[in-house]
Design a protein around this ligand. Sequence first.
Ligand SMILES: [Zn+2]
Length: 403
Amino acid sequence: MPDHRRLGRELELFHADPLSGAGLPLWLPAGAAARHSVEEYVRELERRAGYQHVYSPPLGKRELFELSGHLGYFADDMFPVLRLSADDEFVLRPALCPHHALVYRARGRSYRELPLRIGELGGMYRPERSGVLGGLGRVRAISLNDAHNFCAPEQVGAEVAEVLELIRAAHAALGVRPAGFRLSLRGPGEKYVGDDGMWRRAEELLRAALAGLPYVEAAGEAAFYGPKIDIQVRDAAGRESTLSTIQLDFDKPERFDLSYTDARGRRVRPVMLHRSLIGSMERLFAYLIEVHAGAFPAWYAPVQVRVLPVGPEQVAAAEVFRRDCVSAGLRAELVVDGSLGARIRDAALRRVPYAAVLGAREVSAGEVALRLRDGRGVDPMAAPDALRLIAGVVASHSADLLP
Ligand SMILES: [Zn+2]
């Protein structure tokens, strides 16, 4: 597998500038276009699965993170507190959960609303040491595909199973090949909240959800508030890291005094499930760039179609086809300089899935000839049919360039 930092430079996906700071990469237009498609896809996947999306600020009051336990148990992994004045201190958040707990308790909740799934693709911050930073693999500003699912205790098993199913769907569309499941458990030490009974209950639920799947157990890899299922991927150097997670939390509902009214009018504590289908955009793309060698599935390729007129006489018709592609929701560009052979080679080198060639014969017949980045060619076809073919592949989130 190639190195995502080199490919990220060559394909102009992202840029590291010392003035921006280590671990604070800039997403260039091509990388941003790919990321935008992925964000749109996952938001829609979640919407269909009953998630409601919110926005919350990337920093919050110190007291919020005292209440959540982050300042007590997780301060080493957080930026220092920002102080405006003695009674006005802020924290660059290391996680979105505290804000989502506030969303939950913005009003009273009924059992009829559960599971209540609050989703956000939000920013959070970790002060990683500068020595471990590089490219997108490890960053200090993290854009996380996150959600917190508030469940009645008896709903947790089914909810975990459903999240696993969503993770499978997202991985299939993105071309993620998981390296395995890991059940991350508590280790020795004082850095965990909650009592033994709570941890045992949570572990049992996650073990049941993993029944039938191959997984390893890892002591000491749990979050400070509960055990989790990690879905691992492997990078170019063979290093394993966590992409998707499902974490069980009985602690934050206590700390934030979250409740709902059950069918008999009693006040009951919900269980909080932290889950990420595809992890952070940064780590995800570090992985995707390498696993696809930059040749993303068409649906999130930065440029999906390069339109290549053979000569100056075909430029006008090529521009019409490019505009039609853009109107159909595709990312398309016109390239006129250089020999046709060089332009076809360059399109493939830039990992553009489709080159649409228009010569004199094609233009007079109202056709285009598609060339795929893997070298395959398609017989010339009517321009609207070619457009429909590409738009169809994109809409289906297929990894194949032909239907
Ligand atoms: Zn969380």
